[in-house]
Each structure stands twice: as C-alpha cells, then as structure tokens.
Design a protein around this ligand. Structure first.
Ligand code: AR6
Length: 171
C-alpha cells in the first residue's frame, strides 16, 4: 500500500507516532536542534542505548540509521539517521539525503511501524537547501511501498518548510 502523507507544523516530540526519526550526527551522542529536543524529551535511556550501539558498531555513517527505544516518549522507537552536511557536491549530498529517508523507511517497515514522523533532515545546522531537501524527501516517500506503514507525517518546525511541503504536496 501507499502510506497516507501529512504535513504538521510543530515540535516532533509532541506528535504521536510509533516511530520518530531523529536528525542525528555520526557520533550518535546527541546535539542541538531536533536531536537535542528528542534526547531531552525522551530522557537518558536513549543516550545510553546510543552509546551501546556506538560501542558495538562504531559511528553511524551519513545516510545510515540505527534504532533505539523511545525512552520517555510515547513513540516506541527513535530511528536515528545522519543527514549530510551541505556542500557544493549537490549530486552526492542529494543521494545521501535520499538514503536517510529510504533507510529510515526500510527500518520502520522491519519494525512493523504503522505511523512515523520525519523532521526536515539536514535543513538546520547542516544547511541543506530547504526546497531541494523537501523535493528529495517527498520523492523518496512517494517511491515507498509498504506492508505495515500506514501514515507518514512530515513535521516542519519553521514556516518556510511547512509552506514548501504543502506546496509541493498540493495540500
Ligand atoms: N521538532 C521538529 N523539528 C525541529 C525541532 C523540533 N523540536 N527542532 C528543530 N527542528 P537540525 P540537521 C528542525 O539542526 O540540520 C544537531 O546538533 C529544524 O528547524 O536539528 O540535520 C545534530 O546533533 C530543521 O528544519 O538538524 C547534528 O549535529 C530540522 O529540524 C546536526 O544538528 C533539522 O535541523 C544535524 O543537523
């Protein structure tokens, strides 16, 4: 089936879903932005699990994913993915951002997730151009066929991203 798509403006930690995607960094040890918000709201358990993963398999590469529980969040899982830091190699950066969405969805599917929320990965500190990032995110999600995922929510924190997603999705 093709999952339902929604665009919501707000704080991703406040929106109910089975899995929340986190825009992490390769250290997996937390940071600012949405990563900071998820660790703050989810409590120390998430960081402990990230550290266990680090000890087991090392850093997380750009475009790849790891999963922890949601700690104190209502979500069962946090899927941590590492977005690319923007530079002039548009083709390579775009491919890496597409991998974030693709790999997060694949992992969600394997966890039998029904609803999943995505932040606008890489469009904060990592400075990926917002319109290009939105086009890539939407493209990957439209390519995705699922047995378990029923709903995908793009959670936009700023007006510009909300407007872009609504325009591109015509909703
Ligand atoms: N809910 C939803 N979206 C949010 C929230 C929130 N609570 N807070 C920020 N955003 P960023 P990146 C939006 O910088 O660019 C971290 O330090 C924000 O407006 O969080 O992928 C990591 O540890 C923007 O649109 O992530 C990494 O070091 C989007 O989330 C680095 O930042 C992503 O912004 C990753 O950079």
């Amino acid at each position: 089936m093709k999952p339902l798509l929604e665009v919501v403006k707000g704080d991703i930690t406040k929106i109910k879903a089975d899995a929340i995607v986190n825009a992490a960094n390769s250290s997996l040890l937390g940071g600012g932005g949405v990563d900071g918000a998820i660790h703050r709201a989810g409590g120390p358990r998430i960081l402990e699990e990230c550290m266990e993963i680090r000890n087991r398999q090392g850093k997380c590469k750009t475009g790849e994913t790891v999963v922890t529980t949601g700690g104190n969040l209502s979500a069962k899982y946090v899927i941590h993915t590492v977005g690319p830091i923007w530079n002039n190699d548009e083709e390579k950066r775009s491919q890496l951002l597409a991998n974030c969405y693709k790999n997060s969805l694949k992992l969600a599917e394997s966890l039998h997730v029904k609803t999943i929320t995505f932040p606008n990965i890489s469009t904060g500190v990592y400075r990926f151009p917002k319109e290009l990032a939105a086009k890539i995110a939407i493209q990957e999600i439209k390519n995705f066929e699922s047995e378990t995922v029923e709903k995908i929510i793009f959670v936009c924190f700023d007006d510009e991203n909300e407007k872009l997603y609504k325009q591109l999705l015509k909703i």
